[in-house]
Write a protein that binds this ligand. Structure first.
Ligand code: HEC
Ligand code: HEC
Ligand code: HEC
Ligand code: HEC
Length: 134
């Protein structure tokens, strides 16, 4: 009897939690598919990248990719409701990142995208660059 009640309350809490996050996400999830292209620090030869945003949102938390910065220029972890800006707003040469590995959009994207793909064994060797750069 007790056990059943506990199970029901957990299920109820979960349902509530999911309901809330679904609502918050419905607020602004951004485009379902994005073609990423640097505009500030673009190389001579443009390399647009295909990014299935919605597909990533199905399995990953927003904070795996999105974050902000404080007045001192330090990275601030993602929290629900945080203003989401384009990566290049902060990751461009003129803005001057303390971490030189993520100065440009290309660098920030490669560290973020490829880092996770390597971690999760997504990037098949034969696709290499073509997975994103069609
Ligand atoms: C997981 C996705 C992904 C893979 C794999 C990937 N890239 Fe990228 N790449 C991006 C994203 C996102 C950008 C940012 C868009 C931009 O800079 O225009 C980018 C940017 C670039 C740029 C800069 C283009 C510009 O406009 O300044 C170059 C050059 C580049 N990639 C080369 C490569 C090469 C070469 C490979 C294979 C060794 C590769 N990338 C693999 C996602 C990827
Ligand atoms: C796997 C990485 C990743 C995840 C996970 C992710 N996003 Fe994004 N999102 C991006 C990238 C990359 C862009 C394009 C940013 C740019 O154009 O510089 C973007 C763009 C956006 C934009 C449009 C921003 C603009 O000004 O154009 C919104 C809004 C957004 N995301 C919301 C979300 C929310 C909410 C979640 C979680 C439910 C989420 N994203 C999950 C990577 C991600
Ligand atoms: C509001 C400013 C801002 C925006 C927008 C932003 N970043 Fe960052 N990002 C930072 C700051 C600040 C750091 C810390 C770097 C440092 O200490 O020099 C950072 C660090 C990083 C790092 C290295 C540390 C880590 O978390 O792995 C990566 C990778 C990264 N950003 C990718 C992205 C991507 C991809 C986007 C777009 C989806 C994005 N950033 C959007 C400000 C921003
Ligand atoms: C935190 C982890 C993570 C990050 C960050 C991430 N990805 Fe992915 N990506 C995945 C996973 C997991 C898959 C495999 C999804 C699947 O097959 O269901 C994937 C698949 C893909 C695919 C292939 C989709 C398909 O339909 O086959 C592309 C293209 C891609 N990612 C581009 C990007 C780009 C561009 C970025 C950076 C802006 C990025 N990813 C950042 C985890 C990530």
């Amino acid at each position: 009897m007790m056990k059943k009640t506990v199970v029901y309350s957990v299920a109820f809490a979960l349902a509530l939690g999911l309901g809330f996050s679904a609502n918050a996400m419905a607020a602004d999830k951004g485009p379902a598919d994005i073609t990423l292209q640097a505009t500030k620090d673009a190389d001579a030869k443009p390399k647009p990248a295909t990014f299935p945003h919605a597909k990533h949102q199905e399995k990953l938390a927003c904070g795996e990719c999105h974050h902000s910065k404080d007045a001192a220029g330090k990275q601030v972890a993602f929290v629900e409701g945080q203003k989401i800006e384009k990566c290049e707003t902060c990751h461009n040469k003129a803005a001057g990142m303390a971490n030189a590995k993520v100065t440009t959009f290309k660098d920030a994207a490669h560290v973020n995208c490829k880092g996770c793909h390597t971690e999760k064994n997504v990037d098949t060797k034969k696709q290499l660059c073509k997975l994103c750069h069609k």
